[in-house]
Design a protein around this ligand. Structure first.
Ligand code: GLC
Ligand code: CA
Length: 568
């Protein structure tokens, strides 16, 4: 295959460690659980793992509040387990990218404990401290997760800044000591052999140093109201505008580019490593390929409906804006958003729709990121009681619904469950035994297991069923690997009937061009092959075809069919 970096060829798969597999029966997933399933991952056909945070954490934000960057959370295992995981992946020719939470630490991190201990402490300036004015916060900034962005600390009579929860104080990256310590942290994991980092919440690293008041002209409560009442596109745009104004001084300051270049230089000392950022702003590729290697195409995850025109519109509005040489990166799911099948499924053709989502990820230009559990069609799982909600955003929403919206506890619960991210984080469903094989039958899983594991939504049953979603994943992933045009071919849409998305992948430097036809509708469709093309090989089809492919000029498509063929 053409001279590409491994992360351009790779199919990534996000493992959420707490929910993947529990090896020691405490109801919490762990590293040994992942190690036990490495063959599963290899057999699925993924090449690289993005591991959500594996560090010690008080779990206020499910691991995104790190209390020690150099250790493994005790409930996940220890450093030896981590090294065995890494070696197990490398032995299989696979890669490991870890999560690096760099905007903030936990308030239990020793750095913060020191920092808050006294104004004179040598780590005081590692975080962002300001005087409160007459008992009021230093300014009117809000936390993204609700409330003031400042927390008053009576011990030293100052307030510290937190973009997220107050249990997640922001680091002061303008302090050279902080920068050095964080770069050292990255080097520590690189020395151990990790293959790169997913940089968490990087847009929030800097905030305006003179902390000017934001001028959105409304309170967060008012914005919450507005967003809950917004129905029309115009109203939603108004909410987005107000939110941008509200957080304008707290995110995506241009100063970040310089820091990203420094981080990039630091990791470039270790050849072949990758930086993927939790951002959708393509400016973070840098102007000379000198910042992030990969920037997520998040707008794709926000498509209300998965239609050909929405996909094409997303594609062209982004790809034309990528800096030269930048490599796209697509995803439809992660630990922060609704399961893709809960968003796009219609309840009747879920498997077909899930296959189409995967086909999109694997055939659109760019590196695909898949989310664990989507390959077996896991769905959002909504708890039935507020006491089961673990995600603090869910609990905050519940309170807002009651206090601000005046909703009943039942109404508040229904909405809070929608917002709480627990729904897409429930334990992986391995088989049809109690607790879905995630943990022993007598253990209590940290989040409830979705009972649909007993109805075939589990890996073991689907492995035995030839036509299952899991087996489709395996064959589609394999097909992509054997078809270089799908990895680095150019992209050219083809004229296609309503509800269908058809395009070529190929062109200069590609030995075998390819045609992708996705019937995203539930009707049959007919598509005409351009006169100059002839099918030479079937790469993948969800349906069997009897006629000789070479003679196809007109292709009659089954509902939800995926048809991929090599053409000349
Ligand atoms: C990122 C993570 C999310 C977390 C937040 C704060 O958005 O993906 O889970 O809550 O950062 O760290
Ligand atoms: Ca465990």
């Amino acid at each position: 295959m053409k001279d590409l970096e491994w992360w351009q060829r790779a199919i990534f798969y996000q493992v959420y460690p707490r929910s993947f597999a529990d090896s020691n029966g405490d109801g919490v997933g762990d590293l040994n659980g992942i190690i036990k399933h490495l063959d599963y991952l290899q057999d699925l056909g993924v090449d690289a793992i993005w591991l959500s945070p594996h560090y010690p954490s008080p779990l206020w934000d499910c691991g995104y509040d790190v209390s020690d960057y150099l250790m493994v959370a005790p409930e996940y295992g220890d450093l030896d387990d981590f090294i065995r995981l890494l070696e197990g992946l490398h032995k299989r020719g696979m890669y490991l990218v870890t999560d690096f939470v760099l905007n903030h630490t936990s308030d239990q991190h020793s750095w913060f404990l020191e920092s808050r201990s006294s104004r004179k402490n040598s780590k005081r300036d590692w975080y962002i401290w300001q005087n409160s004015i007459g008992g009021r916060p230093p300014n009117n900034w809000y936390s993204w997760f609700g409330g003031s962005a400042w927390e008053f600390d009576p011990a030293t009579n100052q307030s510290y800044y937190h973009f997220f929860f107050k249990q997640q104080p922001d680091l002061n990256w303008r302090n050279p000591e902080v920068k050095a310590a964080m770069l050292d942290t990255m080097r520590y994991w690189l020395e151990l052999g990790v293959d790169g980092f997913r940089l968490d919440s990087l847009g929030m690293i800097f905030e305006a140093p003179d902390i000017p008041d934001q001028e959105s002209g409304m309170t967060q409560q008012e914005l919450y109201h507005l967003s809950r009442m917004a129905k029309s596109r115009d109203q939603r745009m108004q909410v987005a505008r107000a939110s941008r104004k509200m957080f304008r001084f707290q995110m995506d300051l241009s100063e970040l580019h310089g820091l990203l270049r420094e981080i990039r230089q630091a990791i470039d000392e270790y050849p072949g490593k990758v930086l993927v950022g939790e951002t959708e702003l393509v400016e973070y590729y840098g102007s000379a390929n000198d910042e992030l290697h990969l920037v997520f195409n998040f707008p794709l995850t926000r498509m209300k409906k998965l239609t050909p025109s929405a996909v094409l519109c997303n594609h062209f509005s982004r790809l034309t804006k990528l800096p030269a040489g930048a490599w796209p990166c697509n995803t439809l799911g992660n630990h922060d958003i609704s399961r893709l099948l809960s968003r796009y499924g219609d309840g009747n053709h879920d498997i077909e729709i899930a296959r189409l989502c995967l086909a999109l990820m694997l055939t659109l230009p760019g590196t695909p990121f898949l989310y664990n559990g989507d390959e077996i069609g896991m769905l959002d799982y909504l708890a039935n009681d507020i006491s089961q909600v673990q995600d603090q955003i869910g609990l905050w929403t519940y309170r807002m619904e009651i206090d601000e919206m005046g909703h009943s506890p039942e109404q508040a619960l229904a909405y809070a469950l929608e917002i709480a991210r627990d729904k897409c984080r429930t334990p992986f469903q391995w088989d049809n035994s109690p607790n879905a094989g995630f943990c022993p039958a007598d253990a209590t899983p940290w989040l409830p297991v979705n009972s649909n594991y007993a109805d075939g939504v589990n890996a073991a049953d689907q492995t035995r069923t030839p036509n299952s979603l899991l087996n489709s994943y395996r064959s589609l992933l394999k097909a992509r690997k054997l078809t270089p045009a799908l990895v680095y071919g150019g992209f050219q849409p083809l004229k296609s009937p309503p509800g269908c998305l058809a395009f070529f992948r190929g062109g200069r430097g590609v030995s075998e061009n390819c045609m992708v036809v996705l019937n995203m509708s539930k009707g049959t469709r007919v598509i005409e092959l351009p006169i100059r093309n002839r099918i030479t090989r079937l790469v993948y089809s969800t349906h069997s075809r009897e006629k000789k492919l070479e003679s196809f000029r007109i292709l009659s498509l089954f509902p939800f069919e995926i048809f991929i063929a090599a053409v000349e």
